[in-house]
Ligand binder design. Structure first.
Ligand code: FPP
Length: 223
């Protein structure tokens, strides 16, 4: 059955190792990691089906790293938003931040009728997001059911990702979109994030289209 790629999620792993392999400080790996982010946004905008791109920028667990690294990533994020938001708006790309960011001044700019929504998950974890939604439902006196939680997830992030890519040769989800990845197609790539290229993107898209998605039901060939 033909299935489209509407939502792509990415765990961008391997910046630190990329830098260490070159005897550079880890911050250089994070800086270099901006290039594939820009490439991916460009490719997603050009793609006929992709409407949502969700990127794991920094987890709540990453906050246990040295303060210097945490501050560096936050400053990098703010600088990127300040320098690129205007151009992204012209391209009809709406960038929004998802995470525990109360009290942090992050520049955002609402874009109506976007071609692409980019969710930057910053100070984010899957368990935090589920409990945040449950608390919002309770505060509104609404029942917590799979459907009510799902509709808030869709409002926050868009429909469940069709594909999740993790780079960096690690095969785990690291508390990313725990609710949303129930039926996503998983791709674990041995490439370090700063080396993620257009050809990696193309290979994933081609391979995804060949997969059979059954969502727990039986496929036509299953007898
Ligand atoms: C994982 O590599 C990467 C991060 C924790 C940060 C991701 C940030 C970027 C790609 C750049 C910033 C992005 C934006 C949109 C501003 P790691 O440090 O865990 O690598 P390692 O596993 O090799 O140590």
């Amino acid at each position: 059955m033909l299935h489209k790629l509407l939502h792509l999620a990415v765990i961008m792993d391997g910046n630190g190792r990329w830098a260490t392999e070159r005897n550079l400080p880890r911050s250089e790996g994070h800086l270099k990691g901006i290039d594939p982010v820009k490439m991916l946004i460009r490719r997603a905008v050009q793609h006929p089906d992709i409407q949502f791109l969700t990127l794991f920028v920094y987890s709540l667990e990453n906050l246990k790293r040295p303060l210097q690294e945490t501050q560096y990533i936050q400053d990098l994020l703010i600088n990127c938003l300040q320098s690129d938001l205007e151009e992204l708006e012209q391209e009809r790309v709406f960038v929004r931040i998802i995470g525990d960011v109360a009290g942090i001044d992050l520049p955002v700019r609402y874009v109506s009728n976007p071609k692409l929504v980019v969710n930057l998950c910053f100070r984010y974890s899957g368990r935090w997001h589920i409990s945040n939604i449950v608390n919002r439902l309770l505060a509104q006196n609404q029942p917590c059911t799979p459907d009510s939680i799902q509709s808030m997830m869709v409002a926050d992030l868009g429909p469940d990702p069709d594909v999740i890519i993790r780079t960096g040769n690690e095969m785990r989800l690291s508390n990313f979109l725990l609710w949303n990845l129930a039926y996503s197609e998983l791709f674990f790539l041995p490439v370090l994030w700063p080396d993620f290229s257009e050809s990696h993107f193309d290979q994933v898209v081609t391979s995804y289209l060949k997969r059979h998605r059954r969502y727990g039901t039986l496929g036509v060939d299953d007898g």
